[in-house]
Design a binder for this molecule. Structure first.
Ligand code: PMP
Length: 438
């Protein structure tokens, strides 16, 4: 159906229709606008930095499919690769050369990994990495941090952030307590807590899993002392450090967030890395990887089972590979980072001008901001943002054609397709709204 011929009432109608057949009308909870109120926009198409909803309204897109669209929508080289792959076959259930090529390309940029396995979602990748960590160490316990999200595997739905936080449930129904009894949830950036946890449970801890920059509580960096201590304690106690770079991987730097920590902490590297989003360029593709000795514990070589009918899908790998080739070009991240930083700086100036408390941060093409006087360090501090204020900002921007994440605890994303004019238009809209928020 062509969007331009639809009546203005299409959106509510579509949402009503959706709610009849899909719980809450959406296939992933945060899309429902439950946190911010109002009706979700149904997107009809996207190109470059823009999306058009089913009513034909245009938005500057700062969600980018929650991270994958680092080149913007419909990049010609990616489109061509996907179209070509589609003519060759959708799925074979047998190995392909492109899977090898994609693995080689990823490993080239993330040297902590010697091998990886491709899967179809970040959830699968995180869940499999944890199974591997437990299998490789023969230990049951895992440590995660409040506000970090690693997908919706049962053992991780313990005070998880993201969509769950909206509904105020610390855990999901349907997860028996026995299933999460080995999951320790600690405060992000709290060195004392990890020390205590290892003192108490060290010999039983299989892994720490952590988002190095926590994009599921907007944008909170793991401090250097905290990351260093996570690494040291894992090494001392024979546990594995898993960096969940589903969001930060190839988004904040070509070498992912771990390359930034490695610059600041000599010798730093994770044992396992979880990737998703950008490596699939918008197609269902994710991965987990690490040293050969650990990865060879996976079936069919080792005792840790994991599988997938569509894993390494030929079209998804074509999309991911074409995306990675573009972002590996010289100067790509410098230009992306500069643009992203100019957005955050501009927002800061606009908020200051209106006397609205505001603080922002960015790395590469990922950014976050808080309607708070200073950058939060953990989930409790993040949640001090006044929801009503954020909602006013969100809807004000949406009305003016700027689409940011519909929840205050989600990061934002700038793509290579965003122009200076897009950033300027965003800042102009924000200046208007900040004035109204005084
Ligand atoms: N880990 C992180 C850090 C994420 O941000 C996400 C999704 N936003 C996931 C894991 C889960 O990925 P997916 O939604 O592809 O299952």
């Amino acid at each position: 159906m062509s969007s331009s011929t639809q009546p203005a009432s299409l959106n509510p109608t579509l949402f009503e229709r959706a709610k009849r057949v899909i719980p809450g009308g959406v296939n992933s909870p945060v899309r429902a606008f439950r946190a911010v109120g109002g009706t979700p926009r149904f997107i009809a198409r996207a190109q470059g930095a823009y999306m058009w909803d089913a009513d034909g309204k245009k938005y500057i897109d700062y969600i980018g499919s929650w991270g994958p669209m680092i080149l913007g929508h419909g990049h010609p080289a990616v489109l061509e690769a996907v179209q070509k792959a589609a003519t060759e076959g959708f799925s074979f259930g047998a190995p392909t050369e492109r899977e090898v090529e994609l693995a080689e390309e990823i490993l080239k940029h993330v040297p902590s990994m010697e091998m990886l396995r491709l899967v179809s979602s970040g959830t699968e990748a995180g869940m499999s990495a944890i199974r591997l960590a437990r299998g490789a160490t023969n230990r049951p316990k895992i440590i995660k941090f409040e506000g970090c999200y690693h997908g919706h595997a049962d053992s991780l739905l313990v005070k998880a952030g993201s969509g769950l936080a909206t509904f105020g449930h610390p855990t999901s129904a349907g997860v028996p307590p026995e299933v999460v009894q080995h999951t320790l949830v600690l405060e992000y950036n709290n060195v004392q807590q990890i020390e205590e946890a290892f003192a108490l449970h060290g010999k039983d801890v299989a892994c720490i899993i952590i988002e190095p920059i926590a994009g599921n509580m907007n944008f909170v960096r793991a401090s250097l002392p905290f990351m260093r201590r996570c690494r040291e304690l894992c090494t001392q106690h024979g546990a594995l450090l898993i960096l969940d770079e589903v969001m930060t991987g190839f988004r904040v730097a070509l070498g992912s967030a771990q390359s930034l920590y490695a610059k600041a902490i000599p010798g730093f590297k994770p044992d396992l890395t979880v990737l998703g989003k950008v490596i699939g360029g918008g197609m269902p593709l994710a991965a987990f990887g690490g040293p050969r000795a650990i990865m060879e514990q996976m079936a069919p070589l080792g005792p840790v089972y994991q599988a997938g009918t569509l894993s390494g899908n030929p079209i998804a790998t074509a999309c991911g590979l074409a995306t990675l080739k573009e972002i590996a070009k010289p100067g790509f991240y410098e230009s992306l980072a500069k643009k992203t930083r100019s957005l955050v700086d501009g927002l800061q100036t606009a908020a200051n001008g209106a006397g609205v408390p505001f603080v922002g941060d960015s790395e590469g093409g990922m950014f976050g901001f808080f309607l708070l006087p200073q950058l939060p360090q953990n989930y409790t501090q993040v949640m001090k943002t006044e929801g009503a204020k954020f909602n006013a900002l969100f809807h004000g921007l949406l009305d003016r054609g700027v689409y940011i994440a519909p929840a205050l605890y989600e990061a934002g994303f700038v793509s290579a397709a965003h122009s200076e004019a897009d950033i300027d238009a965003t800042l102009e809209a924000s200046t208007d709204i900040f004035k109204l928020m005084r």
